[in-house]
Design a protein around this ligand. Structure first.
Ligand code: PHE
Length: 338
């Protein structure tokens, strides 16, 4: 091939390519032109490059020099076109964001009202000198009944009043049940340490009750236990009164009504004044000597009190919730209020 012809091809290519590139405004068109001229397989630039091999050896340096000039010119036009296309892209996404506008509110989840209540109760009782302990929800009859002075034939053991775990019994021959009260933790704590003991334990308990506005088959209790030399029932009442006024407010009255629990003697029901009437919040009493004996404490040396309060009731009283089922429906419209 003649050098003239080769240079002519290059000139044409440059004119065409630079002309087309200079008219380009967007990325799609740019890509078309790129393939047409600079495509690696059959782009026109590639074709001209191939024909350089057909030049006489003496013509090649001059041909190569012109080739490089054209290559650089096309590259420069391409870079410019690319710049324009990317500016166009940012422009075309609509009006510019206004950084002075307030941001969109991010909706975060939060802790369930009962969990919030538990944390609050722990904090109040912590200030009264009670430390927090925990016990298992799956229990054995020793901790749920026997050590609590609830004998074999006691109605509290009735399968109709408890969730016995049949499979556990079938597979291993041992009786297991979902604890029906947090008093189990009293036993576990006293078995594992010597007095003085001043603890609370908050957790779930299970009873096969029909759900209604005030009952649910799973609920929470706060158990309290204080055993030491010379602990009295007057202290029990003081602690409960301090607790009630801290949690519910200064105007809350409390009262004890005589009652019976196998593990306390004497035993009382604990009522708080709620919206014009007395409402039962739980039970309490002086730890029965049989219980102290069961855990190896000397009832001649130590006395103690215990109480168990319903956590849902406390939460409902404080937040004016009237149906316990609302707490467990998982309806965000309700839960969001807390
Ligand atoms: N365990 C009792 C109940 O579930 C409450 C209670 C706890 C009573 C401690 C006396 C002492 O109702």
């Amino acid at each position: 091939m003649e050098l003239n012809e080769f240079v002519h091809q290059l000139d044409e290519l440059e004119k065409q390519a630079v002309g087309e590139l200079s008219a380009i405004q967007d990325a799609a068109a740019l890509e078309e032109v790129r393939i047409k001229y600079l495509g690696a397989k059959s782009g026109q630039f590639k074709n001209v490059q191939k024909s350089m091999g057909a030049l006489a050896a003496t013509d090649r340096p001059a041909g190569g020099k012109r080739f490089n000039e054209v290559k650089n010119a096309i590259q420069a036009a391409f870079d410019e076109a690319q710049n324009r296309a990317s500016q166009q892209a940012t422009k075309s996404t609509g009006p510019m964001a206004d950084p002075t506008l307030p941001g969109a509110r991010i909706r975060l989840g939060h802790v369930h009202p009962i969990t919030q209540t538990i944390e609050h109760l722990k904090e109040i009782m912590g200030r009264l000198g009670f430390s927090v302990t925990e016990g298992p929800e799956v229990e054995d009859p020793w901790h749920n009944f026997v050590a609590l002075n609830i004998p074999d034939d006691h109605p509290a053991r009735d399968p109709l009043d408890n969730f016995y775990l049949k499979t556990a019994e079938k597979n291993s021959g041992v009786t297991r049940l979902l604890r029906s009260q947090t008093s189990t933790v009293q036993i576990r704590v006293m078995e594992s340490r010597q007095p003085p003991v001043r603890i609370i334990s908050l957790g779930r308990v299970y009873r096969p009750d029909e759900a209604d506005a005030t009952h649910f088959p799973m609920f929470h209790q706060m158990e309290g236990l204080w055993v030491d030399r010379g602990v009295t029932m007057a202290q029990l009442k003081s602690v409960l009164r301090l607790f009630a006024t801290s949690y519910l407010g200064g105007d809350v009255n409390i009262r004890f009504r005589p009652s019976f629990f196998p593990f306390t003697e004497p035993s009382v029901e604990v009522d708080f004044w709620w919206a014009g009437r007395w409402i039962e919040f739980g039970g309490a009493g002086m730890v029965d000597p049989n219980v102290l004996n069961a855990v190896g404490y000397d009832p001649e040396v130590y006395t103690g009190f215990a109480f168990g309060l319903g956590v849902e009731r406390l939460c409902m009283r404080r937040h004016q919730v009237t149906d316990i089922r609302d707490l467990y429906r998982n309806d965000v419209r309700f839960l969001r209020q807390f």
